[in-house]
Design a binder for this molecule. Structure first.
Ligand SMILES: Cc1ncc(COP(=O)(O)O)c(C=O)c1O
Length: 412
């Protein structure tokens, strides 16, 4: 079944919370005086703050909305550049483009996350923010990235869509940057079908974020909006999504514990293999253990093993590799002459071409992701195990990996 780990843990707890909302027909995050009980969405936000230590949490309807809201809250817009890795889901780049800011692609390293040295090389006077992505459930090099952001006076935003519950040197992901965005879609650590969470470190940024996600209102719609309030959108999380997400959040330790146990068993069963190493994990204690990434010495070996397993290398993983994003390569916007690519007020000669990030291409071309908790062919992890796999199933999956590797070794 294609899903993330949270989906397999859905059960009676989530149902009970949904029924509580339905029993009173409370379908919106506000009570409008009908009840003193906090809404599910409100409870979710406060419990997420407690769990992560985030100063503020705002629930929204997707991680894409959370990213867009973060950039609005931090004042990123036309004329600004945002540094983003060339390996991320297209939503990270879409949020930058829809703010009218220019995405500046940077290399990843063997951790499959932003290479801090390359980030420094790409800073210009127009740079406003670094958008780090915790790809495939493991943290980016947050210590270095925070230091670079501070040194250059830049905002640091964390795209933690794939890494809810992850940590870096003891700190919850999403709380090291100025803002953090999480996804609750079907393929994520916890899910409400669709949904997103945004963490913010600053009170004013939170007020701006709240206003943007809800028609310019003050936080929790308390009081009349100020005269300087922003135009907002409606990106609110639905109360039934909030109920499911709350049930999931309360079992996240169970989910992460299971993933860790399954990954260890899978690794033990695979053992050492000739010509195969593993992805560098910046903080092994803080990863979500939702994937196992094997690295090969050559692109040819990686492709051959992937083919035998019925999967593909990470460079072929849908709209996660910049070279597979035609709208970026074509610099396409809804109308022909607008931010960020063709606006006379803020001209930019940034172009996006296949092979513009040779190191990223090399790393992704030599990497194969196996599922431990996220079974998603589009992300390149269509084969492997899942949180419910039995010891026999784990052994069988490991055997398939071993025999594919030995068959390719024998051929060369
Ligand atoms: C790295 C990354 N960023 C952003 C998103 C967007 O999340 P959502 O589907 O909740 O908008 C995803 C979703 O897969 C993702 O993987």
């Amino acid at each position: 079944m294609s899903s993330g780990p949270g989906h397999l843990f859905l059960g009676e707890d989530e149902k009970a919370l949904v029924h509580r909302a339905l029993d009173e027909w409370q379908l919106n995050r506000y009570r409008f005086g009908e009840s003193d009980e906090p809404s599910m969405v409100y409870a979710l936000e406060r419990e997420f703050e407690q769990r992560t230590g985030a100063r503020h949490c705002l629930a929204v309807n997707s991680c894409t909305s959370a990213l867009l809201t973060a950039l609005v809250a931090l004042g990123v817009g036309p004329g600004d550049e945002v540094i983003v890795p060339g390996y991320t889901f297209i939503a990270s780049i879409a949020a930058i483009v829809h703010r009218g800011a220019v995405p500046v692609l940077a290399e990843i390293d063997e951790s499959l996350t932003l290479d801090p040295e390359d980030v420094v090389r790409r800073i210009t006077p127009a740079t406003k923010a670094i958008l780090a992505v915790h790809m495939l459930g493991a943290p980016a090099e947050m210590g270095e990235l925070r230091r670079i952001a501070d040194e250059h006076g830049l905002f640091l935003v964390e795209d933690a869509a794939q890494a809810c519950g992850g940590r870096y040197r003891g700190r919850a992901l999403g709380t090291i940057g100025d803002a953090g965005a999480f996804s609750l879609n079907r393929f994520k650590i916890i899910t409400s079908g669709d949904g997103g969470l945004l963490t913010l470190a600053d009170d004013t940024a939170y007020e701006r974020a709240f206003a943007f996600h809800d028609h310019g209102f003050k936080p929790l719609r308390q009081g009349i909006a100020d005269a300087d309030s922003l135009f907002g959108m409606n990106l609110r999380m639905h109360e039934l999504s909030g109920a499911v997400a709350l049930g999931q959040l309360r079992k996240i330790d169970d989910i992460l514990g299971t993933l860790r146990k399954q990954k260890t068993a899978f690794l033990d069963a695979i053992g050492e293999l000739p010509g195969v190493t593993r992805r560098r994990i910046t903080d092994p204690d803080g990863e979500c253990s939702s994937f196992l990434v094997l690295r090969f010495e050559t692109v040819e070996a990686a492709r051959a093993v992937a083919g035998l397993l019925g999967t593909s290398t990470l460079i072929d993983s849908g709209r996660h590799y910049y070279g597979n994003m035609p709208q970026l390569l074509a610099r396409r916007t809804p109308t022909p002459s607008e931010h960020p690519f063709s606006c006379p007020a803020h001209p930019t000669d940034r172009r996006y071409t296949p092979n513009m990030l040779p190191r990223t291409d090399d790393v992704l071309g030599r990497s194969v992701a196996l599922s431990v908790g996220v079974v998603d062919a589009y992300l390149g992890s269509g084969v492997g195990i899942n949180p419910l796999s039995s010891p026999d199933e784990i052994e069988a999956a490991a055997r398939a990996v071993r025999s594919a590797v030995y068959e390719v070794v024998a051929r060369t």
